[in-house]
Design a protein around this ligand. Structure first.
Ligand code: NAP
Length: 287
């Protein structure tokens, strides 16, 4: 079997086209959806992520403002900025690019964001809502994966889903969303003994560990759906996922490529959340 590829880039472009129309509708109602992005320090990878997010806003007709603070900025300065953005009616979404410098308490900063503008979905309120299945702003990466599965016509209910990786931003919310869709979910992490014993049972295997080549063909059930969330830069500069693409492609029925799979969906769902926030404020029908 050779897996069919799930083209996240193509879906992201389709979604962004409909988002442009929504932004247009908002502007006819006198509103411009706006995202504020806060970057502290000069981490090159973070700078690239922020640039991509601002570019996606532009593509979708969503306003964006970036606030770049030096790495020595104090926690108080970051909190003051968030306070101002919370009070700014032109801002419908606030995103703080992680990681923050070690002297800044990440939780305190995230918890200071107005829950109605928490478009990353990392605030305790939104995390709690996700646990109850009433998510306001689903976290962007798992939300993107969920849409990739839905649009590919992959039924989740009743399936064995295995999530490799248990981070707060990908693995845990992903597992909760799959559970919400009535999959039977296992979560694996660094301390999981014999990873393959779990992955081989997965009808749907989601991998988000940040370890290139972690999942190889023999670890995958014949005909499985494999979603590779990992983004790893190899010493030769190539970007790869966590899945050994060639060997897994021979076993899976569906597979996301890296790049061009989950990555473009993550940024797109950030725009989705920002638009939804603005539509709520404008009193427009929320999708
Ligand atoms: P993270 O915070 O480092 O979490 C990694 C998770 O994987 C942890 O739960 C860790 O277990 C687990 N893990 C690590 N090695 C493992 C192993 N050998 N076996 C089983 N589990 C293992 O990373 P993250 O932020 O979730 O991101 C994961 C990957 O996805 C990274 O490559 C990141 O760049 C990528 N990513 C991609 C997107 C996208 O849009 N495509 C978005 C976000 C992240 P412990 O909890 O036990 O440490």
């Amino acid at each position: 079997m050779t897996a069919q590829l799930i083209n996240g880039l193509a879906l992201a472009h389709r979604l962004r086209a409909t988002m442009r129309e929504r932004a247009e509708k908002l502007s006819q109602a006198g509103y411009r959806a706006g995202l504020a992005v806060v970057l502290v320090g000069d981490d090159p990878a973070s700078a690239v992520y922020v640039r991509n997010k601002l570019r996606a806003c532009e593509e979708c007709g969503v306003g964006s403002q970036s606030y770049i603070l030096p790495g020595y900025a104090t926690e108080g300065e970051v909190l003051d900025l968030i306070d101002r953005l919370n009070a700014d009616d032109s801002v419908h979404g606030i995103l703080v690019q992680l990681p923050l410098p070690p002297h800044i308490n990440v939780r305190r900063v995230i918890e200071s964001i107005d829950v109605c503008k928490d478009v990353d979905g990392f605030h305790l309120y939104n995390v709690g809502a996700l646990v109850l299945g009433q998510s306001v702003f689903p976290p962007c990466t798992p939300y993107g994966v969920q849409l990739l599965l839905e649009t590919t016509g992959i039924e989740v209910a009743g399936k064995n889903a295995v999530v490799v990786g248990a981070s707060n931003i990908v693995g845990k919310p992903m597992a909760l969303m799959l559970l919400q869709k009535e999959a039977t979910v296992s979560i694996c992490h660094v301390r999981t003994r014999d990873l393959a014993q779990f992955t081989i049972l997965a009808d749907i295997l989601i991998v988000a560990a940040g370890k290139p080549g972690l999942i190889t063909g023999p670890m995958v059930k014949q005909g499985a759906v494999v979603i590779d969330v990992g983004i790893n830069r190899l010493p030769n500069g190539n970007i790869v996922g966590d899945v050994d693409f060639e060997s897994v492609r021979e076993r899976a029925a569906w597979l996301t490529p890296v790049p061009g799979g989950v990555g473009p969906m993550t940024v797109t769902m950030l725009i989705e959340n920002t638009l939804r926030s603005a539509e709520r404020v404008a009193g427009l029908a929320v999708t």
